[in-house]
Write a protein that binds this ligand. Structure first.
Ligand code: ATP
Ligand code: MG
Length: 351
């Protein structure tokens, strides 16, 4: 449980050094139907030890962004523009987009690791946990003996609440929750500086989800790695994140501290998401959802991609794409926030 005030969180983030910077990052899926720009001009800085939540409806580009941040995207996805600058401890900053696969080996697991939604898709089904942990550990530290690496693997499993003797199990012999925790343990094997988590708990039940997240947060506090965490579930992110980035149609449309996003989301889309996911600690109230559906990335509207669904839109929204601008502590991409607007619309925006 975090006890910092909003101002303290904002100060901690602003003063901690950058860890990963996406600059003008664009990712396209090259398909027969055309180029699908799933990430469009993404600019965001992740700081050391920060938990950044990334939320948005399905197909908004969350997984694509997360993979591109770790240079883990697969064809047909290509990073078509921009940089991802990683500031690894004790090394010069590097643009991950420009590294060869060979050079990337130095940064995988020890710099950046990833936990995906389905542990079974990441763990090798025909290999015992021990072999998988030893593979990763020994590849990154050739000075380790097998015995030390095994002891480290057992310690990692225990850290996520898996008894050390299960190190000899095959992944399918573990429950879904345990598989997911084993994957989290593996992601932490080489003491990474950043862990990318793409819906790491969606495949497990709610009770297990809470247990796993509590464990992740405990380890994060102890070990100090940063997390970029993707989910549809804004209420979950509000609880665990320092800052939250909201994606819509391949763009980041708002960034702010979790408290800010909860108390005063500024983009009409964030307001809609916020109303659709009231935090669990609040009394039940009417869920409003957001009418309409996400945009087709192959046929985006001319102006703001959210305009067709936005009840507060003005004429400019349909012709001009709003830029992501600094707005009192956070950033948002919405014309309503950057121009003189009549009082009634202003009231609606602040509601
Ligand atoms: N392999 C692929 N080939 C072509 N287009 C793809 C591919 N994978 C994703 N896309 C497109 O890229 C866009 C973003 O997809 P992405 O998976 O990043 O969204 P997401 O926000 O993670 O969605 P979800 O919440 O459903 O996981 C979507 O329009 C999707 O159709
Ligand atoms: Mg996804």
């Amino acid at each position: 449980m975090k006890l910092e005030t909003v101002a303290e969180i904002a100060h901690r983030i602003a003063t901690s050094p950058p860890l990963l910077e996406a600059k003008g990052l664009c990712v396209d899926y090259v398909t027969e139907a055309g180029n699908i720009r799933a990430c469009d001009d993404i600019n965001i800085t992740l700081h050391r030890g920060e938990i950044l939540g990334i939320a948005g409806e399905s197909a908004s580009g969350k997984s694509t962004l997360l993979a591109a941040l770790g240079r883990l995207q697969r064809a047909p996805a290509v990073t078509s523009a921009g940089q991802v600058v990683f500031h690894a401890k004790g090394k010069e900053p590097v643009d991950l987009t420009r590294l060869s696969e060979e050079q990337l080996v130095d940064y995988r697991w020890s710099g950046i690791s990833i936990v995906m939604q389905s542990a079974m898709a990441c763990l090798n089904p025909v290999s015992r946990l021990k072999a998988q942990f030893l593979d990763v550990l020994l590849a990154h530290d050739s000075s380790l003996t097998k015995a030390t690496a095994t002891a480290r693997a057992e310690e990692l499993l225990q850290m996520v609440g898996i008894p050390s003797h299960r190190i000899n199990a095959f992944p399918h012999e573990l429950s879904g929750g345990m598989q997911q925790r084993a994957l989290i343990a593996l992601s932490l094997a080489c003491d990474p500086e950043l862990v990318l988590m793409d819906e790491p708990t969606t495949a497990v039940d709610v009770v297990m989800q809470r247990q796993i997240l509590a464990k992740v947060l405990e380890l994060q506090e102890k070990l100090g790695f940063a997390i970029a965490f993707v989910t549809h579930d804004l209420s979950l992110l509000l609880e665990i994140s320092d800052r939250i980035a909201i994606m819509y149609g391949g763009k980041i449309v708002e960034v702010g501290t979790a408290a800010q996003m909860y108390e005063a989301p500024r983009h009409p889309y964030t307001q809609g998401l916020r109303n659709a996911f009231p935090p669990l600690t609040e009394p039940v109230r009417k869920l409003t959802g957001i009418p309409g559906s996400p945009p087709n990335l192959l046929n985006l509207p001319q102006g703001c991609a959210f305009a067709p669904r936005c009840s507060q839109k003005i004429a400019r929204c349909e012709s001009e794409i709003p830029a992501l601008l600094d707005i009192s502590g956070g950033r948002a991409a919405c014309h309503l926030l950057t121009q003189e607007i009549p009082e009634p619309a202003k009231e609606a925006l602040n509601a």
